[in-house]
Ligand binder design. Structure first.
Ligand code: NAD
Ligand code: K
Ligand code: MN
Length: 355
């Protein structure tokens, strides 16, 4: 049987503390044959590595990620807030090198009040970083940025959003007691085409085209929502939203906002994905304020690993992890970010027991 190989990139800060629990959960499932044999390959990346080696993402890491692994788990990077010569974010570079065009972030609560996922376009919009600084006639400065929206990238992310909506609906139908607020699948297209009629107009049309591109998608309701009022509604009526698809910048902002619905960044997972590869990544950063204390919440990292194997087709194994995590979250063995006294290790053990 095949051995699955996973790249492990803890990078900085609590990345080193939250990745081992995710690895042990996967190993446990492997030892029970719910997953094939596993191999974990430690890989260098991050700001700490940059300090030592002068490069944040060594070529060797890129090579292994491209050719040698079936998936990967990334921890978190510390990005300096000032410009450091020679440093650029390894996570942004990895998304580009591997063409991980989608960033998928589900948030849900165990009481079933929230069950949404943002599907963020990950390759363009303002994040192509075409910025320029100029001086006006009066000597004052002006800064400009190019925002790129393409039909292809928008349709591609749209199709993925509809696939995800169908998959989530199937999972809900298969559960005997389902706590989700959704009775039918929906995709919310998030944009600001009333103002940005050209760029966001193209995004909006592309999502509509994606909806029509496959007969299976007709089962999914497509809803339009302007991004500003989306934020308002997300906080007031989060139960409305199922799959939310957005261009890169809006997606970045609303998915962080959605994390606020569920109490702590320490429980919110993501994957960076294309159709054949997923890199798991907890949404949180390197959390220098708590790093090294064994109190970081490993649940975001564990759930990210589950999303990754789900994306690879191991839905059963992933569902087992989701259930175990939900059970732990209902108890009192939780880390300080959720108001508890448990350590990272306590939570890891609790999840392993609940599996
Ligand atoms: P952060 O996510 O690191 O921390 C925000 C707050 O949430 C902190 O109080 C932290 O203690 C808490 N927190 C985060 N994860 C937690 C966990 N697993 N368990 C318990 N508490 C947790 O964001 P920040 O403080 O704005 O940034 C710190 C560093 O991380 C910066 O250098 C930033 O650039 C970087 N960052 C990286 C990523 C990434 O790797 N994709 C994302 C966000 C921030
Ligand atoms: K992260
Ligand atoms: Mn962000």
């Amino acid at each position: 049987t095949k051995t699955l190989r996973f790249g492990m990139l803890p990078a900085d800060g609590i990345g080193h503390e939250v990745l081992p629990p995710a690895q042990r959960v996967l190993e446990e499932l492997s030892s029970r044959k719910t997953l094939p044999k596993l191999e974990f390959i430690p890989l260098n990346a991050g700001f700490e590595y940059f300090r030592r080696a002068g490069v944040a993402l060594p070529d060797e890491t890129i090579e292994v990620m491209k050719n040698d692994v079936d998936g990967a788990i990334f921890g978190s990077v510390s990005s300096p807030s000032h410009k450091v010569t020679g440093y650029s974010s390894p996570i942004v570079a990895l998304r580009k090198h591997l063409d991980l065009y989608a960033n998928i972030r589900p948030v849900s609560t165990v009481d079933g009040k929230v069950d949404m996922v943002t599907v963020r376009e990950n390759t363009e919009c303002l994040y192509i970083k075409k910025e320029e600084l100029d001086t006006l006639g009066d000597g004052s400065k002006v800064a400009r940025a190019t925002r790129q929206i393409t039909q292809n990238a928008s349709e591609r992310i749209g199709k993925l959003a509809f696939e995800i909506a169908l998959k989530r609906d199937k999972v809900r139908q298969s559960q005997s007691q389902c706590s989700s607020p959704h009775t039918e699948p929906s995709v919310w297209s998030i944009h600001k085409s009333n103002v940005l009629s050209v760029t966001d107009g193209l995004f909006r049309e592309s999502i509509k085209a994606a909806h029509k591109s496959d007969e299976r998608f007709s089962k999914v309701k497509l809803v339009e929502q302007l991004v500003d009022s989306f934020v308002y509604r997300m906080f007031r009526e989060p139960q409305l939203f199922d799959v939310c698809v957005a261009p890169n910048l809006y997606g970045d902002i609303i998915s962080d906002g959605a994390a606020a619905l569920v109490g702590s960044l320490g429980v919110v997972p993501s994957i960076n994905a294309n159709d054949t590869f997923a890199m798991a990544e907890p949404v949180h950063g390197s959390a220098p304020d708590i790093a090294g204390k064994n109190i970081a919440n490993p649940i975001a990292s564990i759930r990210s690993a589950a999303l990754m194997i789900e994306h690879m087709g191991y839905s059963e194994a992933a569902a087992g992890i989701y259930r175990a995590v939900d059970e732990v979250l209902k108890g009192d063995k939780v880390t300080p970010d959720l108001g508890g006294k448990a350590t990272t290790t306590d939570v890891e053990e609790a999840v392993l027991r609940a599996l």
